[in-house]
Design a protein around this ligand. Structure first.
Ligand code: GUN
Ligand code: ZN
Length: 440
């Protein structure tokens, strides 16, 4: 691996988060820029005219004319064992779990099966420009082991966890409050903080965990003050009603988690579609994040997530695919559907905010903003090279784009997975689209 490299292309990143989640973001864009990487980290970023003079004389600059380089995408909620159930027809959440998801997840008790699935999954992420994700495994500790091992082999910054699920699930997919606690603890001790890996305590959702199991999850969060909490919240109306029946003492869905110490600044809740005012306020107060999963929400008919309400309440939001309820690994496709959801609600999602949600916004939600998410010097050099030459229609549209916002929107709506030419992880190229060479 070359210890230094410099890439010349258009560059886009977000140096800082907005002052408030509802505010527009500050972007830095260099039409003719240089990204200088040294020892796997960003050394500098800037206009080519100025930065070229600072580069070491013997460093060859790789030119990628017409390409757009952004930080690697962050997927804030995804299930690695569900790749094989993407595109399962005809069911809402609870039926879909029973008909498709649970039967697939059973297979992950086999470590060889789990390792194969993890390899396929990580290859899909890289092809789509995603370099970091917050990932559900299955209830089997072997599945989390397999995932961490494969992520480590690619040096990817990943957060994952074994699912906790001790009721309302098939018997062979259940753990117990005790065994779930012990297995999670052992996984944390082995993997959390190893290389670029982190652990998230992962109760599936309130439906499938007893109060004793949610308490054990809270205990883990207290014992390990930098592990994260990852679960589902208020995705589907039947789910919300079932949670109310299972936990009659709780004031609302979020309160179930709160009573067990699971609502804090380290928590990421997927969906949050059917929330009441109190839940919005409490999420903001706790500093928890919501993962907006538009392709999943549309596919499963779960409802329309209100980015406007969440942001106005001051809640951090990130974008996520939720494979396999979601239908695409592509964060660009995900942003396209996010845009359409905001249109259906009569709200606004700008192209800049969209790219923010999939980069620095995701890093913030996952507590990784000191390490990834933009091109600040010292950040880990995870980045994507997007190339419109992979799509004649995108290329054509870009020729008629009058502004940066128009260009970015064309990438979102027309780019998809195809426009990802290369994906780099900590300064190393981990994916290159065959048949193309982005540079000269
Ligand atoms: N709620 C509980 N489990 C799941 C899951 O696997 N996918 C989605 N989308 N929602 C869930
Ligand atoms: Zn999910």
């Amino acid at each position: 691996m070359a210890s230094q490299l410099a890439i010349r292309a258009s560059l886009l990143h977000f140096p800082r988060p907005p002052a408030h989640p509802a505010a527009e973001v500050d972007a830095e864009f260099f039409a003719d820029g240089i990204l200088w990487v040294k020892d796997g980290a960003v050394r500098a970023v800037g206009e080519a005219a100025g930065l070229l003079r600072r580069l070491p004389r013997n460093l060859a600059v790789r030119s990628c004319p017409g390409c757009l380089v952004t930080p690697g995408f962050v997927d804030a909620h995804i299930h690695f064992p569900q790749t094989e159930v993407v595109a399962s027809h005809g069911a809402e959440l609870l039926q879909w779990l029973e008909n498709y998801t649970f039967p697939a997840e059973r297979k992950f008790s086999n470590p060889i099966y789990a390792a194969d699935a993890a390899r396929f999954f990580l290859a899909q992420l890289l092809q789509n420009g995603t370099t970091t994700a917050l990932v559900f495994a299955t209830v089997h500790k072997e599945s989390a082991e397999a995932f961490f091992r494969e992520a480590e082999a690619r040096n990817m910054r990943m957060i994952a966890g074994k699912v906790l699920m001790d009721r309302n699930a098939p018997e062979d997919l259940r753990d117990t409050a005790d065994s779930g606690y012990r297995d999670s603890r052992a996984l944390i001790e082995k993997w959390h903080g190893r290389g670029r890996l982190h652990y998230a305590v992962t109760p599936r959702f309130a439906v499938t965990s007893s109060a004793a199991q949610l308490s054990a999850a809270g205990k883990l969060l207290r014992e390990f003050p930098d592990v994260r909490l990852h679960t589902h919240l208020s995705e589907n109306r039947a789910e919300v009603e079932l949670v109310a029946r299972l936990f009659p003492e709780a004031g609302d869905y979020l309160d179930v988690y709160d009573r067990h110490g699971l609502v804090c600044a380290r928590s990421v809740f997927a969906h949050g579609i059917h929330l009441c005012g109190r839940e919005y306020r409490r999420l903001a107060e706790a500093g928890s994040a919501l993962a907006f999963c538009p392709t999943s929400n549309l596919f499963l008919g779960s409802g329309l997530f209100s980015l406007k309400k969440a942001a106005a309440a001051g809640i951090q939001v990130a974008a996520a695919t939720d494979i396999g309820g979601g239908t695409s690994f592509s964060m660009l496709r995900t942003l396209a559907e996010a845009y359409k959801v905001t249109r259906l609600l009569g709200d606004e999602l700008t192209p800049l905010k969209s790219f923010y949600l999939a980069t620095l916004g995701g890093a913030q939600a996952l507590g990784l903003e000191q390490k990834i998410g933009n091109f600040a010097p010292g950040k880990e050099a995870d980045f994507v090279i997007l190339d419109p030459k992979t799509s004649p229609l995108l290329q054509h549209r870009l020729r008629h784009a009058a502004s940066l916002a128009e260009q970015l929107f064309a990438y979102i709506i027309l780019g998809g997975a195809r426009c990802v030419r290369e994906t780099w992880v900590a300064g190393r190229r981990e994916f290159a689209r065959e048949g193309f060479d982005a540079g000269e």
